[in-house]
Design a binder for this molecule. Structure first.
Ligand code: AMP
Ligand code: MN
Ligand code: MN
Ligand code: MN
Length: 301
């Protein structure tokens, strides 16, 4: 079993990286990518030992990853980067900027909430262990303070695209995300393409721009996807000759309908384009791509 899209408490997931990896292994996942929003902390040395990733004794191939929020034609599009090098400086600088945009967005929402008499968001966020503050954290705050019944209501009433306190962040462009992932030796994929509610024409235009920027693939199978959508994506992936990925987008054990590893396999149309067949994909047991990646571009003769 493979799952190439999951979140930890470094972004808007609830589990530590170690708890996530253990849950994945217990669910039968053999290959797992952690893809936190705008953050690679799960793969970087951390001052807080309690959160440091410990995979000793766990028989599972861990793949580095990230999910970058981007803007394309004024819409928010998420781009996944798999096999990215966590130490890549340019990518880390981009993610630092994105995290700052997230803090600024939260501050704007806090201002609006204060004007409406709802105080305490900033203090609540300051107590979170995350590096990438998300709307999920703000939704949790609204639920805890009794202003929303559940996540769905927090998004539909306050934080979603039609919510009262929606505020757009100036995320990096789609092309910038793709280029940075590539520079960090990663493979880039359009995350959950059906969640943007694009017409066929718009989805094709998105993929045109994504491929022109050097984008590699599509997430074809993920949670809450109707069978006809799954097959539409599989056919699109085949027609566009792109790499195909799959992932649960797991955030928390509480969301029982979205567990790590609980995801349909790739349809036959795109099975031979599975991203784990990519030449840069590490062999089982290897944490890193085996090819010339370690030399990096600078040291090429
Ligand atoms: P952000 O990255 O802060 O812009 O927030 C996007 C995240 O919010 C997604 O990755 C989901 O985890 C969550 N999210 C977005 N829309 C909804 C929704 N309607 N209900 C629950 N969670 C949502
Ligand atoms: Mn999320
Ligand atoms: Mn996403
Ligand atoms: Mn995600």
């Amino acid at each position: 079993m493979i799952d190439l899209h999951t979140h930890t408490c470094y972004s808007d997931g609830t589990l530590s990286p170690t708890a996530l990896v253990r849950r994945a292994a217990a669910n039968g996942v053999r290959c797992l990518a952690i893809t936190d929003h705008d953050c690679m902390a799960a793969f970087q040395p951390q001052p807080d030992d309690e959160l440091a990733l410990d995979v000793t004794g766990i028989d599972l191939q861990l793949i580095t990853g990230v999910e970058i929020s981007t803007l394309w034609q004024g819409r928010e599009i998420h781009i996944l980067g798999l096999l990215v090098k966590p130490e890549n400086q340019a990518l880390n600088s981009l993610l630092t900027r994105q995290q700052q945009l997230r803090r600024e967005r939260a501050a704007r929402i806090d201002e609006q909430l204060c004007q409406a008499g709802i105080t305490g968001l900033q203090e609540y966020l300051d107590d979170q262990a995350c590096q990438a503050i998300g709307r999920n954290h703000i939704a949790d705050f609204l639920i805890r303070t009794g202003h929303a019944r559940d996540k769905q209501q927090a998004f539909s009433k306050y934080l979603g695209s039609k919510g009262k306190y929606r505020t757009q962040a100036q995320w990096c462009s789609l092309a910038e995300a793709v280029q940075h992932i590539r520079q960090a030796d990663g493979i880039s994929l359009v995350a959950h393409p059906e969640r943007y509610r694009l017409s066929n024409g718009k989805l094709n235009a998105l993929i045109d721009d994504f491929q022109a920027a050097g984008g590699d693939g599509l997430e074809v199978s993920y949670s809450n996807l109707a069978p006809e959508q799954l097959y539409r994506l599989a056919r699109l992936c085949q027609a566009r000759k792109m790499w195909a990925s799959l992932g649960s987008d797991f955030h928390s054990p509480e969301a029982t309908w979205m567990d790590v590893g609980k995801i349909r396999g790739l349809p036959p149309e795109c099975r031979d384009q599975a991203v784990w067949l990519h030449p840069a994909w590490p062999a089982p047991g290897q944490a890193r791509p085996p090819l010339n990646d370690d030399a990096g571009m600078q040291s090429a003769p």
